[in-house]
Design a protein around this ligand. Structure first.
Ligand code: ZN
Ligand code: ZN
Length: 265
């Protein structure tokens, strides 16, 4: 047994299970991320300069040039390590998405490499930069305030992610946040808060937990499937529980519904 290259976890290869999974997740997302980058790059071909700079100052290069740059960076990381793995130099001519698949299918071999943790780092950074360079701002979701505590001070940044992304990196402290876990936790934290229905529905929608039309939720109230805690005040927990009992809600209900319920009561 030896230490994982990226943490203190013990492993008989060079990368622990969790960090190997992280590489796999990034590799699996390469297709998506590149598709988004292509949208941004293509926009530059059409609209050119009018696509605009990175801010009102205009001091930054246009977003789409940035996207091209990030695409090349990602490609470089992937082909560089892929060639390193088995010396197959022809990979330089292979589509970037296919290079990612190549590495994915040889993940057990990657884990044995002394440089596995370097790939983990470089790929994580390149993917993060690529995601940020895409201009699909509408697809951004918040994972709330960064949970990192340094010297007793909570990191002030808000962590954002692109829909479909499993992990996000905090821009201030670099901590990696598991989006799903974090959102479940945020929901659990807000479990007890009493608020009028419109406010709860807005919060659930913004947090990408569920988009529930007011009329639908009012119907649950009418049928007695959802009851206020007092007056016209409800909790997010009660609303989500009512939702999870419906046919469409059942599909997205957490497996540990009992645990969540216990937190709520
Ligand atoms: Zn590790
Ligand atoms: Zn942070």
């Amino acid at each position: 047994m030896s230490d994982c290259g990226a943490c203190t976890g013990e492993t008989n290869v060079k990368l622990c299970h969790d960090h190997t999974t992280r590489i796999e997740q990034d590799l699996a997302e390469v297709d998506n991320v590149i598709a988004n980058l292509r949208v941004s790059i293509a926009r530059q071909d059409k609209g050119a300069q009018s696509v605009g700079g990175g801010g009102p100052s205009g001091s930054k290069p246009p977003l789409s040039l940035d996207a091209l740059d990030k695409y090349e960076q990602l490609r470089e990381v992937l082909t560089g390590w892929a060639i390193q793995l088995e010396g197959r130099t022809y990979l330089i001519l292979v589509k970037t998405e296919d290079v990612a698949s190549y590495l994915f299918s040889r993940i057990e071999k990657v884990r044995l490499a002394e440089w596995a943790y370097e790939l983990l780092d470089e790929l994580g950074e390149a993917m993060e930069a690529a995601r940020r360079a895409t201009d699909r701002a509408a697809d951004k979701i918040s994972a709330g305030r960064c949970p990192t505590v340094i010297n007793g001070e909570r990191c002030p940044d808000e962590v954002t992610a692109i829909v479909g992304q499993t992990h996000a990196r905090c821009r201030t402290c670099g901590a990696t946040v598991d989006i799903h876990d974090r959102q479940q936790q945020l929901l659990a934290d807000a479990w007890h808060v009493r608020a009028p229905l419109p406010q709860i529905l807005r919060a659930l929608k913004q947090g990408k937990h569920a988009t529930l039309p007011m009329t639908r939720v009012e119907w649950w109230v009418k049928k007695g499937q959802l009851v206020p805690v007092e007056g016209n005040l409800y909790t997010a927990a009660a609303v989500m529980h009512a939702y999870w009992q419906t046919p469409s809600g059942r599909k997205v209900a957490p497996n540990n519904l009992d645990d969540m319920g216990r937190k709520a009561s």
